[in-house]
Design a protein around this ligand. Sequence first.
Ligand code: FAD
Length: 273
Amino acid sequence: MSYDILVIGGGPAGLSAALNARARGRSALVVTNPLEENPLWKAGRVDNYPGMSAVSGAEMLSIMRRQAESAGVEFLSGRALSAAYLMDSWFVSVGSDMHNARAVVLAAGVARGKKFPGETEFLGRGVSYCATCDGMLYRGRRVAVLGFSDSARQEADFLKSIGCAVTYHDRPRSCTISGGSAVESITCDGVSEAVDGVFLLRPTMAPTDLFPGLAVEGGYVTVDRRMATNLPGLFAAGDCTGGPLQVAKAVGEGLIAGQSAASFAAELERKKQ
Ligand SMILES: Cc1cc2nc3c(=O)[nH]c(=O)nc-3n(C[C@H](O)[C@H](O)[C@H](O)COP(=O)(O)OP(=O)(O)OC[C@H]3O[C@@H](n4cnc5c(N)ncnc54)[C@H](O)[C@@H]3O)c2cc1C
């Protein structure tokens, strides 16, 4: 299905962007990891957000999500894996499906943790970020799954179900990926094993892995006052644009990004008439 606005990330920034796109009469889809995997979910108590005092992070996220749902925002549970801009539309892959929209708001929070040695070098040559997309390539072969979220185990089970020989590593601290023309082995937390593929299943990807060519500074997405990035129809909001890494700032930027994305979609519509 096609939407006016697609939002990547269902934290405070993404929920605010989608809510405000709906307030401008635009259809909005939020693609997001499960709410329980949002970093704010773990906050025992949030005291500095106006209007909600002494709430837990989980309560705050649930309230925001319910509000967006009642406003008609649609939700898709999953990880956005790649995006491409073609013929005035963004196409975003989620698992093995593709979704398109006139404008996208990137509200994916911060990607914590560094890349492992060999990860970039072997990307597409044995290293993958998506079990459902690339799993069939490894049918009958040995793969290591490095899981960094609770839902990663389900992706490892999927690989087993299609006939991969899977070893699962739960939130490994270190990993080195080695090989020649393709991946041949990994050393994970000091233990080496021969593998044909490595699936790195993190809840958040670096913004430039999702959007090649995206301008960043110090790892944060570069935006103007409309929260526009250097790519057409792509806006960004929240922690992914830099500090202060706080809910109120994320929600404010989400508002601007949602409104800017709505204006961008309206302008495209006008041009096509
Ligand atoms: C323990 C803790 C306590 C905190 N306490 C406070 C506090 O008291 N007050 C305060 O103001 N702030 C607090 N913060 C900071 C606050 O949580 C963040 O500033 C805020 O959540 C940022 O919102 P965001 O929407 O930009 O990003 P996030 O809340 O990080 O949301 C991004 C969402 O996008 C999802 N996502 C990322 N990549 C993808 C993808 N490719 N596909 C699909 N989904 C994706 C992520 O899983 C996540 O759910 C705290 C943070 C932590 C960790």
